[in-house]
Design a protein around this ligand. Structure first.
Ligand code: NAI
Ligand code: MG
Length: 500
């Protein structure tokens, strides 16, 4: 048995690229087909690793292993033991923080300080669900005196989980931790762009006490590995984070087996600034909302709504500050913005920059920085005088592109904020608490911040309204997604039913 995700070095076209292997039934393995795919460093555009290109036969192996593990013991493992395993995994993440953060930055491009935050949040997520495992209670129900009725909470079985590339290890934690706390077993497919950090962490699975088959990581692309995971008959539930386009495909496929689905599909979140907001904080908040993690954030505050009284001053100040953002390799701590994850994502953002130049005015950026010979960089970009009906205000770009839209008053701000098919997140900045809470109640979004944007706590629910998906991750809501509810009725009356 191999105990490392990185057993050998490969030579040839990929140079010193490390050949990672996927993790199925407690072993690091290649794809049955023997095929691999390249994994890149977005700052250098070099191949830094290869991963096994998993296919239907690998998904089948993993799903069967997860099924065996579920019925072979995990289902009946005590909540205390499951909790301890999650806590030990959190300890390993804290112990390997620097190594995992560096790998995350190398593979995703994000600034190293952000990867370090991500590792802390990842560990916290496992700690939270480690604690929650022993607090999943059923309920006793108030039926008549001659009976007892209660509701049991039971794990669904094998959970299939498909995650994106923007927060690779953290997204894995948001999926794996609540599923294990609930008592489910897991087949997780990481994004093909960023499989490395979770495969690295899998080196610790056995040592923390995870039995073989309880967590399986199958690498590969969407059609090759993701689609067969959704279609696999042993998989009871699919949890997905990614594009709305793939979310729809998953729902259609899951319908065939009436499989449970939860979807987190990003958005076009409004970040609303009233004239009475603290000006400096507001400008910072507008930039942070859409430039953190290069704007590759499902809850990015990509539509910045600014009250007309401060509009001109706000756009100028935001543009001036955006010009100071250092764009470059995420490993250099001076840089505040790294490259986008892939050439494909860079091209997508460049396409939207071009659309934006036609639809609105450019305050700053709007292209690709000149100083880099390599790397999938784009300029932090601010468009203003954007019409909310414009494509750059309606379509998710998933890059550092801000669309600034002016508004007159509270009613207009609310109307524009909600005029999008999405409803993941929103933020409102004002010193008037009456206005703040009126707006909070009027916004159609699953997450709303007041005088801040993006802070995310594992204790609080995460998920969207409308086309941003359904189901909630994190907090006690997160574990609900992996639980069935069984009603039990116990008759205490020994007389016959007496109906016939
Ligand atoms: P995607 O939705 O294609 O990929 C996300 C995950 O789904 C990956 O693991 C991928 O392999 C998998 N997948 C793809 N096709 C599949 C299929 N047919 N069946 C099952 N799984 C499948 O996202 P992509 O193409 O990487 O990015 C495109 C856009 O999607 C982005 O520009 C952004 O707008 C949005 N997106 C939103 C995210 C969010 O956090 N809500 C995360 C990533 C992307
Ligand atoms: Mg895609």
């Amino acid at each position: 048995m191999t105990t490392s995700a990185r057993p050998r070095q490969r030579s040839g076209k990929s140079g010193k690229a490390a050949a990672y292997r996927m993790y199925i039934d407690g072993k690091f393995v290649d794809a049955r087909s023997g095929r691999t795919f390249d994994v890149f460093d977005p700052a250098s555009e070099e191949v830094i690793a290869t991963g096994p290109a998993g296919g239907p036969e690998d998904i089948d192996r993993a799903a069967k292993a997860a099924h065996r593990a579920f019925y072979g013991g995990w289902k009946t493992t005590t909540a205390q033991e499951r909790g301890r395993i999650l806590l030990r995994l959190a300890e390993r993440i804290r112990a390997r923080r620097e190594e995992l953060a560096e790998l995350e930055t190398r593979n995703s491009g994000k600034p190293i300080a952000e990867s370090e935050f991500d590792m802390d949040d990842t560990a916290t997520c496992f700690e939270y669900y480690g604690g929650l495992a022993t607090k999943i209670n059923g309920e006793v129900l108030p039926v008549p005196a001659d009976a007892i009725a209660f509701a049991l909470r039971e794990p669904m079985g094998v959970a299939g989980q498909i995650i994106p590339w923007n927060y690779p290890l953290m997204m894995a934690a948001w999926k794996i931790a609540p599923a294990l706390a609930a008592g489910c077993t897991v087949v997780l497919k990481p994004a093909e762009q960023t499989p490395l950090s979770i495969l690295k962490l899998a080196e610790d699975f056995e040592a923390v006490g995870l039995p073989p088959g309880v967590v399986n990581i199958v690498t590969g692309d969407g059609p090759g590995a993701g689609a067969p995971l959704v279609a696999h008959p042993e998989v009871r539930k699919i949890a997905f984070t990614g594009s709305a386009e793939v979310g729809k495909l998953i729902m259609r496929s899951a319908a065939d087996q009436l499989k449970r689905v939860s979807l987190e599909l990003g958005g076009k979140s409004p970040n609303i600034f009233f004239a009475d907001a603290d000006f400096e904080n507001a400008v910072d908040g507008a930039l942070f909302g859409v430039f953190v993690n290069q704007g590759e954030v499902c809850s990015a505050g990509s539509r910045v709504l600014v009250q007309r009284d401060i509009y001109k001053k706000f756009v100028d100040a935001a543009a001036a500050k955006a010009r100071t953002i250092k764009v470059g390799s995420g490993l250099d701590r001076n840089n505040k913005m790294g490259p986008l994850v892939s050439a494909e994502q860079r091209d997508r953002v460049v396409r939207y920059q071009k659309i934006g130049r036609q639809e609105a005015r450019v305050a700053v950026g709007g292209g690709v920085p000149k100083q880099h010979e390599r790397g999938w960089y784009v300029e932090p970009t601010i468009f203003y005088d954007v019409d909310n009906a414009a494509r750059i205000a309606q379509e998710e770009i998933f890059g550092p592109v801000m669309s600034v839209i002016p508004f007159k008053d509270e009613a207009e701000a609310i109307r524009i904020a909600n005029a999008t098919p999405y409803g993941l997140a929103a933020a409102v900045w004002t010193r008037d608490i009456f206005k703040a809470f009126r707006v909070v109640k009027a916004l159609e979004a699953g997450v709303v911040w007041v005088n801040h944007i993006q802070p995310t706590f594992v204790e609080a629910p995460w998920g969207g309204y409308k086309a941003s998906g359904f189901g909630r991750e994190l907090g006690h809501w997160g574990v609900e997604e992996y639980l069935e509810t069984k009603q039990v009725y116990v008759n205490l009356d020994e007389k016959p039913i007496g109906w016939y």
